[in-house]
Design a protein around this ligand. Structure first.
Ligand code: SF4
Ligand code: SF4
Ligand code: FES
Length: 231
């Protein structure tokens, strides 16, 4: 076990877990996009930056493992400034689609934008868009809007590491990088629609649910799934 201090609260956590998981022990949420506990850590969205005593630069909470005696700040001025900058950067090219986006109401990007973003952007240039890629069916259940993608690679890693089918990949380079399927290989595995849950934006949505309802109008109820014998 490791004794760490997170935002001034001392807590004992399992040695070697990352800062995002350790912070949960004191009910502190570390904002993150690319990290998911069931997938490998890639540390590429930089949303999870935290300050660690003794380290000159902010550290990525997903790829920093705790050690005994560590002092971590998830919320202080330096971290919040970095977080705000990262949100501004991610939103530079993001469309103002929330009113027509199926993810609205359950979208981490939207929530973080409200909570940690700024009202105004300093970016005055033309936004990057992906012409013709705003409603692409990439599988029987999945529709893609590349303009909303923040390149977190969760969907790609899910298909590599969980289903083992690897239908999705990055194509092109730099600012033009796209997520897509290989020609003639739609994303059609037995859990393909899960990528729409996993995606932290409305870049991937389910074709069946498209424009059916706003999520805040839905009600949850106990039920059994008849998709397989697990129930
Ligand atoms: S992905 Fe999220 S932030 Fe972007 S348009 Fe959809 S709801 Fe809004
Ligand atoms: S489509 Fe969604 S999950 Fe995939 S890289 Fe883009 S934002 Fe991430
Ligand atoms: S969650 Fe840590 S860099 Fe993306």
């Amino acid at each position: 076990m490791a004794k760490v201090t997170i935002d001034g609260t001392e807590v004992e956590v399992q040695d070697g877990i990352n800062v995002i998981e350790a912070a949960k022990a004191v009910d502190v949420h570390v904002p993150h996009f690319c990290y998911h506990p069931s997938l490998t850590v890639v540390g590429q969205c930089r949303m999870c930056l935290v300050e660690v005593e003794g380290m000159p630069k902010l550290q990525a909470g997903c790829s920093t493992n705790v050690r005994d005696g560590m002092k971590i700040w998830v919320w202080n001025e330096k971290v919040e400034k970095a977080r705000q900058g990262q949100m501004e950067f991610l939103l530079i090219n993001h469309p103002l689609d929330c009113p027509i986006c199926d993810k609205a109401g359950e979208c981490p990007l939207q929530d973080y934008s409200f909570n940690y973003g700024t009202v105004e952007s300093r970016y005055g240039e033309v936004k990057r868009t992906y012409p013709g890629m705003d409603r692409t069916p990439i599988g029987p259940h999945v529709l893609q809007n590349m303009n909303r993608c923040i390149h977190c690679t969760r969907c790609i890693r899910f298909c590599q590491e969980i289903t083992g089918t690897s239908e999705l990949a990055f194509f092109k380079r730099g600012a033009s990088t796209e997520v897509g399927v290989f020609p003639g290989t739609p994303i059609d595995n037995w859990m393909s629609a899960c990528v729409t849950d996993l995606c932290p934006t409305g870049a991937l949505t389910t074709r069946e649910f498209r424009f059916e309802s706003r999520v805040w109008n839905l009600e949850s109820t106990e039920s059994v799934c008849n998709g397989c014998d697990v129930g």
